[in-house]
Design a binder for this molecule. Structure first.
Ligand code: MV4
Length: 509
């Protein structure tokens, strides 16, 4: 096992990896930018080194600097977390050339999965079901012929894209030419690669992904699925494991396909095979993410495994310490991604100073948090504050537990999306698991008080919770003048909460 690992990331995921290293007796090296000097991951690591100015290209994306710090500190391996350099094959290659172990798959597997057309070719050869369409870049004429053959609507996608970037739905032949040309120039601009291809359009799919683990000796297993359909603008909002629509038979079939995808691509370490699932529960390979994902904790809670421990052991050359038969799923897990964003301004990032932070705890609650009270969330990076994760015996109890935990949560000084979770969790379609990738847009297209919500989260309860939180969170002497969530020092808003709680509470009876 490694003696020392550098974590080339920040926020909650850097902390997550540091914690795993500590549990395994591995020394940790943090890196940070100018604006992250006082960040939590810097305090948590054994050593910390400045990378440079705030912009990611000068700090968390600076390959030369990160490798220099690895050398200087004597780190034997680098964990890239997610985002930043985690799926950059040049970085993986630069690490091995510097004699430092990259904790992730080989650069060749990252390159293969980075090209959606190459990945589709490889999956086709491996017998993995994928969305009907082309597996090579197309010229306009070829796209027109293929679209007529498979039928409209179709999807034009950038080969270098992924995660929703450089994608266009085309409803009819009349729109193909202009959409094709727009997609091409978008792809050129975004990825410096104009290659586009075409797929049959799957309407209102679910997004379900399989966690895989492969060692460097040819062994691979899957750790069940995650349901990630509750998303907005390709940003996941709530994830869960298992998926409410996947039964054991479907799980085995998807898992076998995911393991096949990993084995045929020369994969090693933790990875995720993403599927689109249509209304008839047909599943199609979409892409493979070659990193540890944000939502890995829901898999950890239902499998009882520690994915970061396993990543470190795999990277150190160990064989997988468990077989497929050892993987058992227990209960249900949910994760809410808590963001500093303004629900009244289209969920625009809303960073700033966290003046009050009250975190939930109690049975079945895990929080992977990257911030603390007094910390100023910088503007320069993704504004995710924390991941709130719960585990319970079944989905219904997990939802109730998450509602309870969300109601214990209080963030003062900045705006957050906590209210959005109250809405989703109270929604009858969500509770009945009638969710697909269009669910959240549909929910947000109706005013909050008209959306189908169960009686357990009506206005009076919300007001009562607000009042309780206010009285619980007011510091002595500050009562009535604390900064409220919109940053205004306001006596009015606080008393309005209390008043609403009392009047609504009386009316209810
Ligand atoms: C699709 C699709 C429908 N049909 N491909 C979006 C992310 C990118 N990786 C692929 N995406 C989609 N590809 C075909 N042929 C619908 C989506 C899609 C989606 C997929 C997964 C999760 C959320 C999504 C939201 C909108 C569209």
């Amino acid at each position: 096992m490694f003696n020392k690992v550098l974590i080339a990331n920040r926020g909650e995921i850097a902390l997550r990896v540091i914690r795993a290293c500590k549990e395994m007796g591995i020394a940790t090296v943090a890196v940070f930018s100018d604006v992250d000097r006082a960040a939590l991951h810097v305090t948590a690591a054994d050593e910390a080194y400045l990378l440079g100015p705030a912009p990611a290209r000068d700090s968390y994306l600076n390959i030369a600097k990160i490798l220099e710090i690895a050398r200087r500190s004597g780190a034997q391996a680098i964990h890239p977390g997610y985002g930043f350099l985690s799926e950059n094959p040049q970085f993986a290659r630069a690490c091995s050339e510097a004699g430092i172990k990259f904790i992730g798959p080989p650069a060749s597997a990252m390159e293969l999965m980075g090209s959606k057309t190459r990945a589709r070719q490889a999956m086709q050869a491996a017998g993995v079901p994928f969305v009907p369409g082309s597996s090579k870049g197309l010229a306009l004429g070829e796209a027109e012929a293929l679209a007529n053959q498979i039928g409209y609507p179709v999807m034009i996608k950038a080969a270098a894209g992924g995660g929703g970037k450089g994608m266009r739905m085309v409803a009819s032949p009349a729109d193909l030419k202009s959409s094709f040309e727009t997609a091409q120039s978008e792809a050129q601009r975004s990825f410096d690669d104009s290659e586009v291809y075409l797929e049959k359009y799957i309407a209102n799919p679910r997004h379900i992904e399989i966690q895989v683990l492969a060692d460097e000796h040819g062994n691979a297993i899957f750790l069940g699925e995650r349901e990630c359909s509750v998303q907005r603008r390709h940003q996941k909002v709530i994830e869960e494991a298992p998926s409410p629509i996947v039964d054991e038979e479907m799980r085995q079939r998807m898992g076998a396909v995911a393991v096949q995808a990993a084995k045929s691509s020369g994969y090693a370490n933790a990875g995720t095979v993403e599927f689109l699932v249509d209304g008839e529960r047909n599943f199609y390979f979409l892409e493979m993410n070659t990193r540890l994902q944000v939502e890995h904790p829901v898999t950890e809670l239902v499998t009882g495994l520690d994915l970061v421990h396993l990543q470190l052991r795999i990277a150190a050359g160990e064989t997988l310490p468990l077989s497929q038969a050892d993987v058992r799923l227990r209960g249900h897990a949910l994760e809410c991604r808590i963001y500093a964003e303004d629900p009244d301004n289209n969920f625009f990032p809303s960073p700033g100073k966290i003046r009050r932070l009250i975190q939930p705890s109690g049975p079945g609650v895990r929080e992977d948090c990257g911030v603390y009270e007094g910390w100023t969330v910088p503007l320069d990076y993704d504004p995710m504050l924390s991941k709130l994760i719960v585990h319970a015996p079944d989905r219904k109890m997990a939802i109730a537990r998450m509602q309870r935990a969300i109601n214990e949560y209080f963030v003062g000084g900045i705006k957050t999306n906590l209210g959005l979770f109250r809405r989703i969790l109270a929604n009858l379609d969500f509770q009945a698991a009638r969710i697909d990738t269009g669910f959240l847009d549909r929910l947000l297209s109706v005013p909050a008080d008209q959306a189908g919500a169960s009686h357990t989260n009506n206005l009076s309860n919300t007001a009562a919770i607000a009042a309780a939180l206010f009285s619980a969170t007011s510091k002595p002497g500050l009562n009535g003048t604390v900064k409220t969530s919109n940053g205004n020092a306001s006596q009015n808003e606080a008393s309005a909460w209390k008043k609403a709680a009392r009047t609504e509470g009386v009316r209810e009876r």
